[in-house]
Design a protein around this ligand. Structure first.
Ligand SMILES: Cc1cc2nc3c(=O)[nH]c(=O)nc-3n(C[C@H](O)[C@H](O)[C@H](O)COP(=O)(O)OP(=O)(O)OC[C@H]3O[C@@H](n4cnc5c(N)ncnc54)[C@H](O)[C@@H]3O)c2cc1C
Length: 238
């Protein structure tokens, strides 16, 4: 049975290669190995790694995957420690790193980013224009904003400013069945209708693929202070 599904995945992969091209659908040993595990180091072999050239490619991938029953695992930078980015059921890994544009809207105080943009790069782009994007997982020099949205990541700034969820204004992407969707709007006030945007945040890739987001920025703090102190025990510290 396992061999039958591997054979059928291979046939679907050949079809996908014809649709999107060999530069997008990678089956070489190095690409397959690099996408086989995340920071949990649990290893499962995919049949192909898809590096979309444009967001619309993802709709094509998901439609075909549904038609042929191929499992798809979305991957940012693979820094999750949970195994969620490892292709547990084989199939296709959707590698988002190539979709990484960042545009800062200085007037609105928002960042328009693609899912594969590195979080550290988003912070630097915002700071260059006088704005601040606070969520700061320790992995920010590696991880993607898509991964942060999927895991609702947060870091040391979380206590004061909040986590990724608190800075998402709008999302776009594809449902697992391949339909394109947009949730939220790039406005400061968003109150009408169901809040499908927040359902996606923290869903760890299970509700489809995020391809882009609009992030809220805040003015840069006038000063930054670091305080180092020590206490004899936890109760006194609290
Ligand atoms: C050294 C180190 C330090 C860390 N520090 C922190 C920390 O301080 N705070 C914290 O919260 N986490 C931390 N993490 C965990 C990890 O970095 C975060 O969970 C991060 O958000 C994962 O981003 P990624 O791009 O690597 O995503 P991946 O690991 O590739 O994927 C994580 C999950 O997101 C899904 N996913 C990825 N991209 C998309 C997308 N575009 N659409 C839909 N689903 C998607 C994947 O399918 C998977 O389920 C740390 C990890 C390491 C190794």
């Amino acid at each position: 049975m396992w061999w039958d599904s591997m054979k059928s995945f291979a046939a679907s992969t050949a079809l996908l290669k014809r649709k999107l091209g060999a530069a997008v659908v990678r089956t070489d040993a190095d690409s397959l190995h690099a996408a086989a595990f995340d920071s949990s180091k649990i290893l499962f072999a995919p049949v192909a790694v898809i590096q979309p050239a444009k967001e619309a490619d993802i709709g094509v991938v998901l439609e075909l995957a549904n038609k042929h029953g191929v499992p798809v695992t979305t991957r940012g930078r693979g820094t999750t420690l949970t195994g969620a980015a490892a292709p547990l059921r084989g199939g296709w890994v959707l590698d988002m790193l190539g979709l990484n544009t960042i545009a800062i809207d200085e007037d609105a105080g928002m960042a328009h980013v693609q899912a594969g943009a590195k979080v550290g790069d988003i912070q630097r782009a915002a700071e260059a224009k006088g704005w601040f994007y606070p969520p700061d997982p320790s992995s920010k020099e590696y991880c993607t904003i898509g991964g942060n949205i999927a895991c609702n990541a947060g870091g040391m700034h979380g206590g004061k400013y909040g986590v990724t969820r608190d800075f998402i204004v709008a999302l776009r992407g594809f449902l697992p069945t391949g339909e394109y969707v947009e949730w939220g709007t790039a406005t400061k006030k968003f109150s009408a209708g169901f809040n499908m945007r927040d359902l996606r945040i923290g869903s760890e890739g299970m509700l489809g693929v995020v391809t882009g987001a609009v992030l809220k920025l805040i003015p840069q703090p006038a000063e930054r202070w670091t305080l180092l102190t020590s206490f004899p025990d936890e109760t006194k510290a609290l």
